[in-house]
Design a protein around this ligand. Structure first.
Ligand SMILES: [Zn+2]
Length: 101
């Protein structure tokens, strides 16, 4: 298995994806394959989507992140400009640390 570990956090529009170690198996929202325990995946939250999304982030394989972004930009879930919710970088840090995923 060749898993490419990329940046720890990637921002795209109002979305932020955080590289996360899976402690249990998850379902990738982008492809039908499971994210296995012990593998790295990206947990994605969208600013302006409500705090519920910090508790239940979307999860994708690292290879599925770019197609996920493309799909969600096309569907309007990921939006520009970068910070429509008005959250600062500091706010994101707080949210990410509360998220504990
Ligand atoms: Zn996937």
């Amino acid at each position: 298995m060749s898993t490419t570990i990329k940046s720890k956090t990637i921002r795209e529009g109002n979305a932020i994806a955080t590289l996360t170690l899976a402690r249990k198996q998850h379902r990738c929202v982008q492809c039908p394959k499971p994210i296995l325990a012990g593998a790295y995946y990206y947990a994605i939250i969208c600013g302006g989507a409500g705090l519920g999304s910090t508790k239940f982030p979307d999860r994708v394989h690292s290879d599925c992140l770019q197609p996920y972004f493309q799909t969600n930009i096309r569907q309007g879930r990921i939006r520009y400009p970068i910070n429509p919710s008005g959250l600062s970088d500091g706010d994101w840090d707080v949210i990410l640390h509360q998220g504990k995923y």
